[in-house]
Design a protein around this ligand. Structure first.
Ligand code: NAP
Length: 279
């Protein structure tokens, strides 16, 4: 049996187990997806222990995405973002997902692919687009690198302007500013909310409605609630709207495909995720 899992603290309400187990069931893969909640001081032991036990892969979430970087061999994108959310143990280069060899675990950032694949799924072309990312934390960094790599021109707006400016210096051609630069959305075609504003707060929005317009495609990383005030107001303005469950789903799809070398059963994973989100 293959074992995959999630390391974070807390992970009690994670939607990853039902999403990944739906994939195993659909494809007849003998595997389980388990959650682990180590103390922060035990992270290195936890990763080494998972490797020693033959665990095939781990997702990594708050608060460990940055700290785990030094415990793995990050791919160039994860290295540039400065965060890892997916670890593959052993050498899976044979493509069958088998755990062979005793190599340093590989680290990836599939949040970035979650962003670009979410826009792809909605037929939004990123190459040549003019994008604004609101937020410069973990999700904001992943979104900004992903959009820039896909050919978008990126502006980052963040409450703490210095963090946006720092992020922008890491991305050739990008710019950064405070929330007073949100008016750049008026000329943008792509908008990502990568702040936590609106999470469990259906009346809050990170973006004044007056900046939203019909030429925008808006991805909200927040997925509780699924329909945020930002997405409601973006739909009212005639924008394409993409909820945070798409990003969550497609980062998981990307991780599944890295681990197993197989195409993920996206619809089954989506159904399992949305069942839980609307339950
Ligand atoms: P994080 O690293 O803690 O960053 C939080 C961001 O939100 C920072 O940019 C912060 O600005 C900003 N922020 C917080 N409160 C704010 C406020 N009242 N007004 C304006 N900005 C505010 O968190 P994260 O990991 O990036 O996660 C951000 C959101 O994305 C969360 O809701 C998370 O659930 C979601 N997310 C979704 C997915 C997905 O797959 N859908 C994946 C990852 C994250 P400062 O820098 O000024 O503090």
């Amino acid at each position: 049996m293959h074992v995959y899992g999630l390391v974070g603290n807390p992970v009690g309400h994670s939607l990853s187990p039902p999403m990944h187990e739906a994939a195993y069931e659909t494809l007849g893969i003998d595997a389980r997806y388990v959650t682990f909640e180590p103390e922060p001081s035990a992270l290195a032991d936890a990763i080494a222990g998972a490797d020693a036990l033959g665990i095939d892969g781990l997702n990594v979430t708050i608060p460990f995405k940055q700290d785990v970087l030094e415990l793995v061999d990050p791919d160039p994108l994860a290295d540039r973002i400065g965060a890892v959310n997916t670890i593959a143990f052993g050498d899976t280069s044979g493509g069958d997902g088998e755990h062979v060899g005793d190599t340093t675990p590989k680290g990836y950032n599939t949040d970035a692919a979650g962003v670009t694949r979410a826009f792809d799924r909605h037929d939004v072309h990123l190459d040549g687009s003019n994008a604004v990312v609101v937020g410069a934390g973990g999700a904001g960094r992943a979104a900004a690198f992903a959009l820039a790599d896909a050919g978008a021109s990126v502006h980052v707006a963040n409450r703490t302007a210095a963090k946006a400016a720092d992020l922008a210096t890491d991305i050739p051609g990008a710019t950064g500013g405070g929330l007073d630069s949100l008016d750049r959305i008026r000329d943008a075609t792509v908008l990502v909310n990568a702040t936590s504003v609106g999470m469990e707060a259906p009346d809050e929005t990170p973006v004044p409605a007056e900046y939203l317009h019909g030429d925008l495609a808006v991805l909200d990383a927040v997925y509780t609630p699924i329909e945020t005030r930002l997405l409601r107001e973006a739909a009212d303005a005639g924008a394409v709207t993409i909820d945070g469950a798409w990003m969550l789903l497609l980062q998981g799809v990307e991780a599944f495909e890295l681990w197993t070398g197989r195409d993920a059963p996206v619809e089954a994973m989506n159904a399992a995720l949305r069942d839980r989100l609307t339950a």
